[in-house]
Write a protein that binds this ligand. Structure first.
Ligand SMILES: [Zn+2]
Length: 96
């Protein structure tokens, strides 16, 4: 899917931030008022991926992700990374 093209053809979505649920760490920065869809470049493969407002809200408020951390890997690289970590754990388990 061409992300730039699809962004042009739909309305910008924004979702209100529920600041009481944010994990702000030690920062006094209250953060933004809204989440907006944003694109980022994957650190793993260099692909541009869309991180939607809904995904951000879920990650920051339901999962409790640190607020100033942002997405760095696309979906397929995250899946690969998870697999790699699980394999490493399984191998470590065999050594004990
Ligand atoms: Zn990637």
């Amino acid at each position: 899917m061409d992300i730039a093209h699809s962004l042009q053809n739909r309305k910008e979505t924004r979702l209100p931030v529920d600041r009481s649920k944010l994990n702000l760490g030690n920062s006094y920065d209250p953060g933004p008022e809204y989440y907006y869809d944003q694109t980022f470049t994957c650190k793993g493969c260099g692909k541009a991926e869309l991180w939607t407002a809904a995904q951000q809200k879920w990650w920051y408020e339901d999962v409790g992700g640190y607020f100033f951390a942002t997405a760095i890997r696309c979906r397929s690289c995250r899946a690969k990374e998870r697999e790699r970590r699980e394999n490493a754990r399984r191998m470590a388990g065999h050594q004990i």
